[in-house]
Design a protein around this ligand. Structure first.
Ligand code: GLU
Length: 311
């Protein structure tokens, strides 16, 4: 069992906080640029209900790319593996998350995995429902069940800010529609609305750690005993977290830390230590690959001190 007390965790947070000065807050989505560079917080959620935390844990963050794991789980439940993997592959890319290059150079055109933007846009377009409202509502209800927090919403300011500036994501969508990976009857503006709302789903570190815990426990909510996500789907999601969860730093992260994890440009990281606990981190200063610089440091310290690597 790592970390017996929040004090132990606090000391690790302070050590890791030193490196926030070497990172930079993402501002290509203008509303994200308002975050404080030296913020850092962490929560660890155990199956018995205990939760340790340190830092300003009540601060809310938007999920950004972390949401891609959750929409993937929902769409796998909605559509089944055969349909989903007809539209998106299972391989890491080695390219930045928003790259368009492989879509053009690989034939047939198919996003390499669901955690890069091209793949995530395809997955989001497969969420069941007739309207944007109905589909975001289904995703929110799923997130509320995972976090056990019925107050979870999306941040309208962040969603609008991304919607108004998301030219590259629109380009990916049109490219994918041309190549029939996004269905021909899809209205791309509506898809962008849904995707930016999904990325702007907002929560604190404790909520994030709780989602990590459900993935860690093979889709079971350990408190209620309910299987929220089928075990096979939780396994697929965790595998993608290992191979593609930390952008094009996933290989180094697997070697140095060895925990299924997914990061987002807001500075969030969700970790799922198999069979043990969930981790939620918020540290908005990012490294050059787009991962929370202090968040990675913190996970490195935790993994080393408590031998958390699954490998
Ligand atoms: N909403 C962001 C985008 O599509 C998510 C990217 C990320 O967190 O990696 O650009």
């Amino acid at each position: 069992m790592p970390c017996q007390s929040s004090d132990e965790l606090k000391a690790l947070v302070e050590e890791a906080r030193n490196c926030t000065k070497n990172g930079k807050v993402a501002d290509y989505i203008p509303a994200l640029g308002k975050a404080r560079e030296d913020d850092l917080s962490i929560a660890i959620h155990y199956p018995d209900g205990r939760c340790l935390s340190a830092g300003d844990i009540e601060k809310k963050i938007t999920l950004q790319s972390i949401s891609k794991v959750i929409s993937l789980a929902l769409v796998l439940m909605d559509r089944g593996q055969d349909d989903v993997f007809k539209h998106v592959g299972m391989e890491p890319t080695g390219d930045p998350f928003n790259s368009i290059v492989k879509l053009e150079t690989m034939a047939p055109t198919k996003p390499l995995n669901p955690l890069i933007n091209a793949g995530a846009l395809v997955v989001t377009h497969m969420i069941n429902g007739d309207t944007v409202k109905e589909r975001i509502q289904r995703l929110l209800v799923f997130v509320q069940e995972l976090t056990k927090d019925a107050t979870i919403r999306y941040c309208e300011e962040v969603a609008r800010s991304e919607f108004e500036t998301s030219y590259l994501n629109r380009a990916l969508c049109y490219f994918l529609k041309q190549h029939k990976m996004i269905a021909e009857n899809t209205d791309i503006e509506q898809l962008m609305e849904l995707y930016t709302m999904q990325c702007a789903i907002e929560m604190n570190c404790l909520n994030l750690a709780r989602i990590g815990l459900v993935f860690a426990m093979d889709g079971i909510d350990p408190q209620s005993g309910k299987q929220i996500i089928p075990a096979d789907i939780a396994r697929i999601c965790k595998t993608f977290m290992v191979t593609c969860g930390m952008y094009n730093a996933s290989g180094e992260f697997a070697i140095k830390i060895g925990i299924p994890a997914k990061s987002g440009v807001s500075g969030g990281i969700m970790g799922a230590v198999p069979g043990k606990f969930g981790i939620g981190i918020f540290g908005p200063a990012l490294d050059e690959k787009g991962n929370s610089i202090a968040g990675i440091k913190l996970l490195e310290l935790l993994s080393k001190n408590y031998k958390l690597s699954m490998f």
